[in-house]
Design a protein around this ligand. Structure first.
Ligand code: SF4
Ligand code: FE
Length: 488
């Protein structure tokens, strides 16, 4: 692993010459710009844990390609234990950052592409799997961060990729050359996009025969010519200004993942970095596996966030003098219960993992979808309970400028105090942390990250095996299995 520490990671990002824009201006150094630096620090923790004696067992793995120790964020799952360790690692990182640390998307892309390229080669006689393994060995050796780029803009949602008025609404191949491909389009919601070294591009949906130009999987460096990134605005992003340490709530890690639009304007992809080129029949498996791997994560990272939020409201209750109230204990209990329920789904889908023909392990897709679907509800319910327990003071809380002002500071300190002996500033800090975790972009991420709730419901219905369930019911009701409505 060439990038060994968090500092190495920051240095490697400073060497990238990628084009990142925010609020109309180019960001020269994403590691120092206030809008992006907190997210960079959250991702940097994935590097730091790999050498932390307490966590390196979770944060690293032995590469099956080289036998060397690699980051778990570049590892292909070889067994159930790997899948479980991933969930545990994500929970630890969620606990330590209170934020999205972004590196999981690339990991899930790596695992999906690995197993699917193996299957394409077996059926089509291509050599994508060998190419992909070479690229992956490079990623592992360098210890690079990869952004998994899947979601296309989609234009008119009532039309497929090939029927769009603007054909670039789905990323596509615009030229096939002997030495590679030229691609055009965009990917949205790119978590960690501006602080990744590599972009792993995958189709956003299953493609039909008409959409061969859209069935493309490939990898490019983040600073490849023709790539432009626009970093998204987030709720309260002006508070990430370095002067507003308290008001940002989570000044070190920001509290949410940094999302970007990545545009590809006729980007050349060398042949050895192309891992699918028109094999539409495999797009469904790819999307399905990527989605399941990513959905499996939410009981890890989001449970980590719920741990932090539960701790924050508990501490606030202690310093406000409400911790002993039975309804407070009951609501905190419910927050713990919901967090652990989410965690259970992720552990369960990992424990029920299965080997694909390539040897890479997949999670149980039903349980992964159920877990992510629960995240779209439970995280909101946890946030509701946190808002309930925190009380209305979050809505009235003056800024840290007022706290530090000679004219108003004494009033803020006096009227926002709590239990005797506690500094008012502590109550304000914990309040701001709660505020940053229960509103705006953090919850949008839980709803739509890894696919919207409806995407999970589609998969849950598809995998629900209703025929079997009908048979079970008929057997118990004494209805002959072969009896059809026509016979009756
Ligand atoms: Fe990882 Fe996604 Fe969770 Fe962010 S939201 S920490 S990318 S699984
Ligand atoms: Fe996500």
């Amino acid at each position: 692993m060439k990038i060994k520490t968090a500092q190495d990671y920051l240095k490697s990002l400073r060497k990238l010459n990628h084009k990142v824009y925010y609020k109309g201006k180019r960001i020269k150094d994403v590691t120092r710009h206030p809008a992006t630096a907190p997210h960079v620090r959250a991702a940097a923790l994935t590097y730091a844990l790999a050498s932390d004696p307490e966590y390196k067992e979770l944060a690293t793995a032995a590469s099956h390609l080289t036998g060397k120790t690699v980051s778990r964020f570049t590892h292909v799952h070889r067994n159930v234990e790997d899948l479980i360790k991933k969930v545990k690692l994500l929970r630890v990182l969620g606990q330590q950052t209170g934020s999205c640390f972004q590196r999981c998307v690339g990991l899930d892309g790596i695992n999906a592409v690995y197993s699917v390229t193996y299957e394409i080669d077996r059926k089509c006689g291509t050599d994508y799997f060998e190419r992909f393994k070479k690229w992956l060995a490079y990623i592992q050796e360098e210890n690079l961060m990869v952004v998994g780029a899947m979601t296309d803009p989609k234009g008119d949602r009532s039309k497929g990729p090939a029927e769009q008025v603007d054909p670039d609404q789905y990323l596509r191949i615009v030229e096939r050359r002997d030495d590679g491909l030229v691609i055009r389009g965009a990917k949205l919601h790119m978590t960690g996009g501006v602080n990744s070294h590599e972009i792993l591009i995958m189709p956003t949906t299953a493609m039909d025969e008409k959409s061969k130009d859209y069935a493309v999987v490939c990898a490019i460096p983040a600073d490849a010519p023709g790539v432009t990134m626009i970093f998204g605005r987030q709720a309260n992003d002006d508070r990430k200004d370095n002067r507003e340490r308290i008001d940002s709530g989570n000044p070190v890690f920001g509290g949410v993942g940094g999302e970007a639009v990545i545009a590809f304007e006729d980007v050349f992809v060398p042949r050895e970095r192309v891992f699918m080129n028109g094999e539409t029949e495999f797009t469904n498996a790819l999307v399905y596996r990527f989605a399941a791997h990513h959905r499996a994560n939410y009981g890890g990272c989001k449970t980590g966030l719920i741990d932090v939020l539960t701790g924050a409201v508990t501490y606030l209750a202690q310093i406000q003098g409400t911790a002993g109230a039975s309804h407070v204990r009951d609501k905190v209990t419910e927050m713990i219960h919901l967090g652990e329920t989410l965690y259970s789904s992720s552990i369960a889908c990992a424990a029920e993992g299965w080997p694909t023909p390539s040897g890479a392990y997949m999670v149980d897709t039903m349980l992964a979808n159920v877990g992510k679907h629960n995240a779209t509800r439970f995280h909101f319910e946890v946030a509701r309970l946190a808002a309930d327990l925190a009380g209305g003071f979050l809505a009235t809380l003056p800024s840290e400028y007022d706290l530090n002002s000679e004219e108003t500071g004494h009033l803020v300190k006096k009227y926002f105090s709590g239990v005797a002996g506690i500094h008012t500033e502590e109550r304000i800090k914990i309040g701001r942390l709660i505020e940053s975790m229960i509103g705006g972009t953090a919850l949008v991420e839980s709803m739509h990250g890894a696919g919207s709730p409806q995407a999970q419901r589609v998969m849950i219905f598809r995998e629900g095996d209703l025929d079997k369930k009908v048979k079970l019911a008929k057997a118990l009701a004494g209805i002959a299995p072969e009896r059809s409505r026509k016979d009756a």
